[in-house]
Write a protein that binds this ligand. Structure first.
Ligand SMILES: Cc1ncc(C[n+]2csc(CCOP(=O)(O)OP(=O)(O)O)c2C)c(N)n1
Ligand SMILES: [Mg+2]
Length: 401
């Protein structure tokens, strides 16, 4: 009782205090929307850009199995398929090399090959690719030598390939740091007046990093010619997407920065390729950045050093095995008569040949000097680096004895 009378008393006071003066002691008449004259909205407010066109597709964009696939160039479909088969074989070979002690670590992209291959093929020769540690396949599909692309993952201090010659930045292990680099390069290209576009790859977990935010913000404000491809593979090591973000989708994050977001089936290679080509050419034409979220799945563990059965059920993986990027494209090619058994055998034989060469090159003893690790950090070594270098020297000498 006491509570309700207090509440109604407070309410009465509040209402009389709010009453606007009409000058004659009468309340001003409310407008049709219920607001009263004298209570004005913030001056001249309107959305700075119309958010409607920036919103991502309501459903992941797909091409395979739709009528639109008939318009695609058969040569492109065959090229994508060949690269997918080669990519899958590469993942299997690199994982085997970790088991043989020839490679320190390998983050596999089995199940994500469509994103990797489409990203590389969407670029023109003058464009730059900014990969994360998981994106060796994109690097190889872009033209980097398959063995050189594994240099860093073998434990060397450098990326192996020449970033300037290949227009591929080193595989980035610190999450999302490649994104501001991509924006910087793209912005510089625009200031110089050349038509280079940068395509940066990042994982779902990477979208929670400050670097992701800073990169997207700068890119949109500067209208930098850069495309961000988020491979949403469901996990950041053991952390599933629902613990990573409360956003409606990762593509929706684009809207807050003022750039378009696109959502695509990441296992549909022609769809990812088309969406990325559109985003790359939009950026080249001066339209600014795009954020693309590709829905895919990390079929293997995080790396060879991880045991995924500790945090996920095999039952969760099964539906994704049935939505396999290689099988999906193969079915399309077969149904349209663009490939037959002999054609598939030829593609597989070419992939085998690549794997055999990779095996051979990786089995050769690497020629490297671990002491080089300290050479290019500072012009003059700090006392800590001198100490660490001396420690490593002593360990290497002890091993040789
Ligand atoms: C700045 C930074 N923080 C933490 C890590 C450790 N780490 C390595 S991989 C990883 C998960 C990343 O997940 P995601 O971005 O989804 O990429 P995915 O591995 O699934 O391709 C984390 C947290 C790191 N490499 N860098
Ligand atoms: Mg992930």
């Amino acid at each position: 009782m006491a509570r309700s009378s207090l509440a109604s008393g407070t309410g009465k006071r509040a209402r009389s205090a709010e009453r606007p003066s009409s000058g004659q002691g009468r309340p001003a008449a409310a407008r049709p929307d219920g607001t009263r004259p004298g209570h004005t909205p913030p001056p001249d407010w309107r959305p700075r850009v119309d958010p409607g066109p920036l919103l991502p597709d309501r459903e992941p964009y797909r091409l395979l199995g739709t009528p639109a696939v008939a318009d695609l160039d058969p040569q492109l479909l065959r090229e994508l398929y060949g690269q997918l088969v080669r990519g899958r074989r590469y993942n299997r070979q690199a994982t085997a090399l970790t088991q043989q002690g020839r490679l320190a670590v390998y983050p596999s992209t089995t199940g994500q090959e469509a994103c990797e291959v489409a990203a590389a093929l969407a670029l023109r020769p003058q464009d730059w690719l900014f990969p994360s540690y998981r994106d060796t396949l994109a690097v190889v599909a872009r033209g980097v030598d398959p063995a050189e692309a594994l240099t860093l993952l073998r434990g060397d201090w450098h990326s192996g390939y020449d970033p300037r010659a290949t227009k591929v930045a080193p595989l980035s292990t610190p999450l999302a740091t490649q994104l501001p680099h991509a924006v910087g390069l793209a912005h510089a290209a625009r200031l110089r007046g050349d038509d280079t576009v940068a395509l940066a790859l990042v994982g779902d977990g990477g979208t929670s990093e400050g670097d992701f935010h800073e990169a997207l913000n700068f890119a949109a404000v500067w209208k930098a010619p850069v495309v961000f491809l988020v491979q949403n593979n469901g996990f950041a090591i053991s952390v599933p997407l629902d613990k990573q973000t409360a956003a409606p989708s990762l593509a929706h994050k684009a809207v807050g920065y003022g750039m378009p977001g696109r959502l695509v089936d990441g296992n549909d290679a022609p769809a990812v390729h088309q969406v990325l080509c559109e985003a790359v050419e939009h950026a080249r034409a001066g339209g600014g950045p795009t954020l693309v979220e590709a829905l895919t799945y990390r079929v293997d563990a995080h790396t060879n050093a991880d045991d995924a059965t500790r945090y996920r059920d095999d039952a969760e993986v099964e539906p994704w095995r049935a939505h396999d990027p290689v099988a999906l494209l193969e079915r399309e090619l077969r149904e349209r008569g663009l490939i037959d058994d002999a054609g598939i055998r030829a593609v597989e034989a070419a992939a085998e040949e690549m794997a055999a060469r990779l095996r051979e090159e990786m089995n050769a003893e690497p020629v490297l000097d671990p002491m080089e690790l300290f050479d290019h950090v500072y012009a003059e070594k700090t006392s800590q680096l001198r100490e660490q270098a001396a420690q490593l020297r002593a360990e290497l000498d002890a091993e040789e004895e």
